[in-house]
Each structure stands twice: as structure tokens, then as C-alpha cells.
Design a protein around this ligand. Structure first.
Ligand SMILES: *Cc1c(COP(=O)(O)O)cnc(C)c1O
Length: 319
């Protein structure tokens, strides 16, 4: 697990990383040192559905909350951040729409507010996007997907850039002030740019228990060896399928940011030059019944939910 942590930290250009039991665990692990009851996060409207549920309902049990805004609207993002906001959260490439986030623009807004930007880089992987280079403080992954790449592992990771000054304000007492859960240790003063990582290990993993199993780490380490080859092929395949669908009269629209027709195409070309990932949505004429019929008729594309492995998949969430 330690080897995987070091490898993902290196791939993302971070100071340190903490692996955990799933992508959703990684999100709780990332938020845990930052949050307290009555604190909020500002999150993009374009997020994985499971994350929307986690942020809309589950975190409320901890007294945390999320406000969802359109991250393409800088004014709306700025206005949503208040004195109780402790993080800004988005996906680099969004699940399932495949839109891309202008990370430098979002990072500048988080920076000006003195709060960290957390980027879920699951769909891009560090092969297509390195959020820390664009100003993100923390990167989270579901290793369950492309990083492992063969559907054998449920895992997650939190990578810390090591660049955020946790002591610049009194907003992050778990890191800047004596931490009662660890004998009053001051993590930032003691560990410097490794404060967030050590807090994740010493308190997050110990007390929340979302540890990654070593066998899973082993499979993910093997998967990562072919990440570059796989992502290159995933992008080439997606680009071809998206263009083919868009050219078909039976298809109403395709959302892939790799297509000229996408409102995110310019941002994708500028910030994601190796490609806009391999997940997108499309609508076919004929509505619900036609979509069900299509999914049932496909043979190469499996009707399953676990994206990011070697099999092509299709899903119609409504049914
Ligand atoms: C799957 C996924 C998650 C959650 O990951 P799990 O490992 O299934 O908990 C989070 N974010 C994105 C973008 C995902 O695709």
C-alpha cells in the first residue's frame, strides 16, 4: 500500500498520498481534516451521481453540507463560497457527461478565498490531467476505475500537493492547532508539507478505518504499469464511437468534450491535450423505450456500471 501511495503521489506530482478502501472513502478522507459541523463545501453540479448522493444526504449526518453550483460560472462559484466553506470540489472530467473543468480558473477562485480545491481525477487519471500542476490542493481518485483498469479492485486515494498553508487562517484547526485526537499534536507545525498526509494516516485511517487492503494495492500497482497505453487507446476508441454516433440520424446528441460540437471542446483542447477521457452520454430518438431497446441489443458493450476496465460498457440510468 505504501508503494502504491508513493507511486500515485509521483504520478500526480504531490507531496504524499493516502490510499483507502474506495473512491467514496477517499472523498470522506479528504474532507475529514477540513470539516466540522456547520461547515460546507461548494461542489460542481457536474459530478458522479454517487458523489451527489454522498454530498446531498450522507455528509449531512456529520453536520456538513454541500452547495452545488455551475463551475463554468465564476461569479456563481465566488458567490457560493462563504465564511463556513472549507473546500471547493469538482471532477476534472465529469462522470457521466464527460465535460471538462477549467481547473486553473476554479483554483484561482478557491485560492482567493483561502480554501483548498479538491479535484476528483478518476476519469482523467494523471495520464490525461495533473490537477496539482493546475493549482489543485488535493486530488482524489476511485482506483476502482481506470487506475487499476481491470475491474478487480475497489480502492481510492487522496493525494496532497503539499502546497497549501493550513496555518494561514484559523479555518483548519485539525491541521494548524493542537489535534485532540492525537495527543495535541500540531500536524502542520510538525510535518510541514506532509501534514495532510500524516493526518490522514494517523487519524483518518486509524479512526475511520477506511484502509486499503494490500492485495488490492498489488493489483492496482500492476494495473498502473499499463495506464499510459490503456488511456491512449480508451481515448482513441471513445473519440471514434462519439463521432460515429454524432453522425447517425437516430442519435439526437452526444456530449463528448472531444467533439467540435461540445461547449467544452475548447477547454478540452487547451487543458486536456491528450484527450477528453472515454466516458460520455448520448441521447437517441424514441425516448425511454428506444434507449432500453438499444442497451439490450448491444453485444460488445456490456450492460454494467463499473467503468474504466478493459470492457466497453453502456448504461441507461433511467431504466
Ligand atoms: C466511481 C466513482 C467514484 C466512487 O468510487 P468508488 O471506488 O466506487 O467508491 C467517485 N468519483 C467518480 C468520478 C467515480 O467514477
Amino acid at each position: 500500500v505504501a508503494a502504491l501511495q508513493a507511486r500515485v503521489a509521483a504520478l500526480e506530482g504531490g507531496a504524499g498520498a493516502v490510499c483507502c478502501s474506495s473512491g467514496h472513502a477517499a472523498q470522506i478522507m479528504a474532507l475529514f481534516p477540513l470539516m466540522a459541523p456547520r461547515r460546507n463545501i461548494v461542489a460542481s453540479t457536474r459530478l458522479y451521481g454517487g458523489t451527489v448522493t454522498q454530498f446531498s444526504h450522507t455528509i449531512r449526518r456529520f453536520g456538513w453540507s454541500a452547495k452545488f453550483v455551475d463551475f463554468d460560472d465564476p461569479e456563481a462559484l465566488r458567490a457560493a463560497i462563504d465564511d463556513d466553506t472549507r473546500a471547493v470540489f469538482c471532477e476534472s472530467i465529469s462522470n457521466p457527461g464527460g465535460s471538462v473543468t477549467d481547473i486553473p480558473a476554479v483554483a484561482a477562485i478557491a485560492d482567493a478565498a483561502g480554501i483548498p480545491l479538491i479535484v476528483d481525477n478518476t476519469l482523467a487519471t494523471p495520464y490525461l490531467c495533473r490537477p496539482i500542476e493546475m493549482g489543485a490542493t488535493l486530488v482524489v481518485h476511485s482506483l476502482t476505475k481506470y487506475m487499476t483498469g481491470n475491474g478487480t479492485v475497489t480502492g481510492g486515494v487522496v493525494v496532497d500537493s503539499g502546497t497549501f498553508d493550513w496555518s494561514a487562517s484559523d479555518k483548519f484547526p485539525s491541521l494548524s492547532a493542537p489535534e485532540p485526537a492525537y495527543h495535541g499534536l500540531k500536524f502542520h507545525e510538525t510535518f510541514g508539507n506532509m501534514a495532510f498526509t500524516f493526518h490522514g494516516i494517523a487519524i483518518g485511517l486509524r479512526d475511520l478505518g477506511m484502509t486499503m487492503n494490500p492485495q488490492g494495492a498489488h493489483y492496482t500497482l500492476m494495473g498502473i504499469e499499463t495506464l499510459g497505453l490503456r488511456m491512449e487507446r480508451h481515448v482513441a476508441n471513445a473519440q471514434k464511437v462519439a463521432a460515429w454516433l454524432e453522425a447517425d440520424d437516430r442519435v439526437e446528441r452526444v456530449t463528448y468534450a472531444g467533439l467540435d460540437s461540445s461547449p467544452w471542446n475548447a477547454t478540452a483542447r487547451r487543458l486536456y491535450p491528450k484527450g477528453a477521457g472515454a466516458l460520455f452520454t448520448f441521447a437517441i430518438r424514441g425516448g425511454y423505450a428506444a434507449a432500453v431497446k438499444l442497451v439490450d441489443a448491444l453485444s460488445l458493450f456490456s450492460h454494467v456500471a463499473n467503468l474504466g476496465d478493459a470492457r466497453s460498457l453502456v448504461i441507461h440510468s433511467a431504466s
